[in-house]
Design a protein around this ligand. Structure first.
Ligand code: HEM
Ligand code: MTE
Ligand code: MO
Length: 467
């Protein structure tokens, strides 16, 4: 084997544009990624930030790169190694962008630390109808901004001839206070079951990327009306920007249709309270959007800006993520513009007790779980099978009654049933039905998609029974 070609950091630095070629380093290895720039899944402009230097400071920010398939991809572009006597660069000493993140509850099951993504364990998730703030699932794409409530301002763009608003927290408190109980679910909830069927790209969420809180705040329709916005005949979207941003200064963003935002019955909130407390930092302090019945990604946290636009938000997370595709679409053929952004979610349910692989006592079994549907559709029934789906029993729904067309929060449910004598194992399955009679598909196969979103297949748990 030949010794690797050696380069100095100066030489690497001289390759930082498409004209000279684009080189980067990782550890002591040098890569020529000129050909990769235009096909980088995170975009060429982000990748170019690292051109001519080390990847580490950027990959520290995007943990998505700490995966084998990313390392393998990079390995193809290796051209050599740094000279052993070349001094370490000063850029590596850049401060950790996550150093200021809040401390978290130790019960949370952490999927990634930076950015912080974590879910409550199943046994705590359905312990209470309202999820306690410290164990509410957290889905951050970026470092948590530290917002001073005294200087905080929410910018609301006005229509032509209207009134742009610049609202302090006190200004926001002047709007009628509205409270609503809403379940928030990430589109990636239960992704790990989807990736067991076939590899997907995304965080390995179990069944806990869903939680419920009592939110209080100003109604978005009241704030928009104050700025002079009205419903219009032409297509329009309300775009939100967070105060969290990536190294290019691009904020997290998302949008919802104007018609939903202006509908008082849709109860879209600019929330400043979660379960009677100011929003915790991880959940958007001091103000976040809450869009009942709609995928978590549109509930923009640390809200900085609201505007009404003729098109959906141009954010990566609106246009290049959080969309569903046919199972045959792969990363070479995917056309993100061809699919609508996820808004209302489909009917969902999962078993939180017993847990996969658990051993239970003979005699009787208690099965517990949650059920929820998007768009305000109520859960009318949860069916449970103890024999893999051959026969079914109806579970008992608990928790608050749901309002017709405004069933924003989940139902918890349980089934207590005698066990057939002599059974050594059980295949427990659950499926919910909503008030449009939408049902869940029985397996992942027909709904599998490359991003691993929208998994609402029957949830299955296999347990052993002691004689
Ligand atoms: C996403 C590779 C450099 C920012 C990705 C993905 C791959 C990748 C394979 C998709 C990962 C997945 O979804 O599983 C690479 C390689 C790089 C590189 C090989 C170096 C040669 C960078 C740099 C930045 C960056 C320097 C930031 C400044 C991003 C972002 C995403 C991404 C923002 C999207 C993350 C998301 O979907 O949430 N990259 N990347 N990448 N990358 Fe990179
Ligand atoms: N808002 C901002 N500003 N930044 C984010 O990373 N993540 C979104 C949404 N709002 C996000 C955001 C996603 S994908 C989800 S699922 C929910 O917030 C999660 O909200 P939670 O962390 O309060 O559970
Ligand atoms: Mo999400």
């Amino acid at each position: 084997q030949e010794p690797p070609r050696r380069y100095t950091r100066e030489e690497v630095k001289a390759h930082s544009s498409p004209e000279t070629g684009v080189w980067v380093t990782l550890g002591c290895e040098v890569f020529d990624i000129t050909e990769f720039v235009d096909i980088h899944p995170g975009g060429a402009s982000k990748l170019m930030l690292a051109a001519g230097g080390p990847l580490e400071p950027f990959w520290a920010l995007y943990a998505v790169h700490n995966q084998p398939h990313v390392r393998e991809m990079l390995a193809e572009y290796k051209i050599g190694e740094l000279s052993p006597d070349d001094k370490a660069p000063s850029i590596l000493k850049t401060s950790d962008p996550y150093a200021d993140d809040p401390t978290r509850h130790s019960a949370l099951k952490v999927n990634t630390q930076r950015p912080f993504n974590a879910e409550p364990p199943p046994e705590l998730l359905t312990e209470s109808y309202i999820t306690p703030n410290p164990i509410f699932f957290t889905r951050n794409h970026l470092p948590v901004p530290n917002v001073d409530p005294d200087t905080y301002r929410l910018n609301v763009a006005g229509p032509p001839g209207g009134q742009a608003l610049c609202l302090s927290l006190d200004d926001l408190y002047q709007f009628p206070r509205h409270e609503v109980t809403v379940t928030l679910q990430c589109a990636g909830n239960r992704r790990s079951e989807m990736s067991q069927f076939k590899e997907v790209r995304g965080l390995e969420w179990s069944l806990g990327a869903i939680s419920t809180a009592r939110w209080a705040g100003a109604r978005l329709c009241d704030v928009l009306a104050q700025a002079g916005h009205q419903l219009c005949e032409t297509e329009a979207h309300v775009c939100f920007e967070g105060l969290d941003s990536d190294p290019t200064g691009t904020p997290y963003g998302a949008s919802i249709p104007l018609a939903r935002a202006m509908d008082p019955e849709a109860e879209v909130l600019l929330a400043y309270e979660m379960n009677g407390q100011p929003l915790p930092r991880d959940h958007g302090f001091p103000v976040r959007v809450v869009v009942p019945g709609v995928v978590g990604a549109r509930h923009v946290k640390w809200l900085g800006k609201v505007s009404v636009e003729p098109e959906e938000s141009f954010s990566h997370w609106q246009r290049r993520d959080y969309k569903g595709f046919c199972p045959s679409v792969d990363w070479d053929t995917v056309d993100f513009d061809s699919a609508p952004s996820i808004q209302e979610l489909p009917v969902q349910s999962a078993i939180t007790q017993p847990k996969e692989g658990e051993t239970i006592e003979a005699g009787e079994v208690t099965v517990r779980g949650y059920a929820w549907s998007g768009g305000g559709r109520a859960v009318v029934r949860v069916d449970v099978s103890l024999d893999g789906g051959l026969t079914w029993q109806v579970a008992e729904l608990e928790g608050e009654e749901q309002r017709a067309r405004k069933a924003w929060a989940w139902r918890l449910w349980h089934l207590q049933a005698p066990l057939p004598a002599g059974k050594k194992e059980l295949n427990i399955v659950c499926k919910a039905v909503d008030d449009s009679y939408n049902v869940q598909p029985d397996t992942v196969a027909p709904i599998w998609n490359l991003r691993g979103v929208l998994n609402n297949a029957w949830h299955r748990v296999h347990v052993h029974v002691t004689p």
